[in-house]
Design a protein around this ligand. Structure first.
Ligand SMILES: *[C@@H]1O[C@H](CO)[C@@H](O)[C@H](O)[C@H]1NC(C)=O
Ligand SMILES: *[C@@H]1O[C@H](CO)[C@@H](O)[C@H](O)[C@H]1NC(C)=O
Ligand SMILES: *[C@@H]1O[C@H](CO)[C@@H](O)[C@H](O)[C@H]1NC(C)=O
Ligand SMILES: *[C@@H]1O[C@H](CO)[C@@H](O)[C@H](O)[C@H]1NC(C)=O
Ligand SMILES: *[C@@H]1O[C@H](CO)[C@@H](O)[C@H](O)[C@H]1NC(C)=O
Ligand SMILES: *[C@@H]1O[C@H](CO)[C@@H](O)[C@H](O)[C@H]1NC(C)=O
Length: 322
């Protein structure tokens, strides 16, 4: 009987202890924080109920102590500070780490006497350097250009991207390999582009906490390929010869048409032949009569004058022969 009473009593005392913890709540905000190295980070502890001493641990080391009744805040270095929250109530303490370093990363623990300690996670990112090796390049049109971008001393490994005249380059055109010594990351990215026209090529590295990516850029100057001239000439020549050929064909057709127009057709031909034959008939008739007359006349003339006849006679004989 006594044993059962004892058990009941102990159970009740455990309960009262638990209930007290639940009613006197401690809250820590945020529970997860990711910041860039050298920036500041804040954590708020909200305490419901009375409290006397609050301590903050970073990387396992107690870095700040707040004593409520004394209104005193005691930091271990000026990298740490705290204040009561803005509404003046002592129910809230704002803890700040200035110039965060990579060594601060990990657990940030808030302990209030009489409460369960609360733990937040701090992630610290580190911005490194970005550089495209080799500087500006000059390429022939159509040639393949290779750009190598080196990022060093980043944590964690940054997201790499490329732009060409501020237009995002398709990720299939580059490959990234990353190296780490456990403390930071180096990466090499190789971009392969076909030279088309003058472009500004930019390599960008970014982290979730970086407002603007860190970048490096070079210019690619593209010169026309000499073979392009031969292509141009070939095009001009082939077009020229085509035009010439067309002109030639047109010329031939034109000439042929004109000749055909000049050439008489069959009926015209026949008519011509007919008139010609009629004319010749008339001619022969005339000639025959003429011949008769002429042969007759000279005899008459010869009868008139013998001396004057001779040249005339010769003349007439000529005509007769014809
Ligand atoms: C904290 O952030 C990390 C990544 O940054 C994530 O994996 C984890 O789940 C987060 N934890 C909480 C409690 O939000
Ligand atoms: C934080 O770092 C900057 C330079 O990085 C320095 O000028 C400043 O004094 C530092 N602040 C603290 C509180 O250490
Ligand atoms: C902490 O509380 C203050 C109000 O006192 C607020 O301005 C600030 O944003 C809070 N910080 C966080 C990390 O919640
Ligand atoms: C004022 O402090 C109390 C803690 O006692 C907190 O609960 C409350 O949110 C704070 N009010 C403001 C406006 O920050
Ligand atoms: C990237 O790597 C893959 C395989 O390792 C290869 O097939 C591809 O051609 C590479 N791309 C570039 C742009 O180097
Ligand atoms: C990253 O590059 C720097 C400079 O080249 C070098 O000192 C460092 O050892 C490299 N780290 C890794 C993990 O390769």
């Amino acid at each position: 009987m006594i044993a059962s009473w004892k058990l009941c009593f102990s159970l009740m005392s455990i309960c009262s202890l638990q209930c007290r913890v639940v009613s006197q709540k401690l809250q820590l905000e945020p529970l997860n924080s990711t910041v860039l190295q050298d920036s500041d980070v804040q954590f708020n502890a909200t305490i419901q109920g009375d409290w006397e001493v609050t301590t903050w641990n970073v990387g396992g080391i107690q870095v700040l102590t707040v004593v409520n009744s004394l209104d005193s805040i005691i930091p271990s270095s000026d990298r740490f500070s705290a204040r009561f929250c803005l509404n003046g109530s002592k129910g809230c303490v704002e803890f700040t780490i200035h110039n965060v370093s990579r060594t601060d990363a990990g657990d940030v623990v808030c302990t209030v006497q009489g409460y369960q300690p609360l733990k937040a996670q701090l992630y610290v990112q580190e911005r490194g350097t970005v550089s495209i090796l080799g500087g500006d390049v000059t390429k022939m049109q159509g040639e393949q250009a290779e750009f190598e971008c080196l990022t060093t001393a980043w944590f964690p490994t940054p997201t790499i991207s490329w732009t060409q005249n501020d237009q995002t380059v398709d990720s299939s055109l580059y490959n990234t390999t990353s190296l780490t010594d456990g403390d930071s990351f180096n990466s090499t990215t190789i971009l392969k582009l076909t030279a088309v026209s003058n472009t500004r090529v930019k390599c960008l590295a970014t982290l979730s906490t970086l407002a603007t990516p860190q970048s490096s850029s070079v210019y690619m100057v593209v010169v026309p390929k000499p073979t392009d001239w031969t292509v141009l000439i070939a095009v001009v020549v082939s077009f020229g010869s085509c035009a010439l050929l067309v002109l030639l064909i047109i010329g031939i057709i034109f000439c042929y048409k004109r000749r055909k127009e000049k050439e008489p057709n069959y009926q015209d031909e026949m008519r011509k032949v007919k008139t010609q034959s009629q004319l010749s008939v008339i001619n022969t008739v005339e000639q025959v009569t003429g011949q008769v007359n002429e042969t007759y006349e000279p005899e008459n003339q010869s009868n008139h004058t013998n001396v004057g006849l001779k040249p005339g006679f010769v003349k007439h004989r000529h005509v007769t022969i014809v």
